[in-house]
Ligand binder design. Sequence first.
Ligand SMILES: [Zn+2]
Length: 109
Amino acid sequence: MGKRKKSSRKPTGPRKREPLDSTFTCLFCHHDKSVTVRMDRKEGIAQLVCRVCDQRYQSKVNHLTEPIDIYSEWIDAADAAQREEPPPRRPAASSSRPAPRLPIGSDDD
Ligand SMILES: [Zn+2]
């Protein structure tokens, strides 16, 4: 007869914080979670490596840097590298040819 009291009360505290996700999808081989970011805050260095295709990337970190930051940096770097636009080469400006000397203010009239 007794209705069971449902305890519908959920704990309202903050959810258990999961560790920061530090595995990502690889840009190159597209394997899910194959890229790992290891942060060494003591050294101020983060190392990103794909365990499938062995892509690597290293960057500096500070106390605010998170693995996702390294990952997005890597994307930018990879993107830039993919374009691989060689910088336009300027012919070395030779100074062997002196500029023509123009008489200034030669009033020849
Ligand atoms: Zn990969």
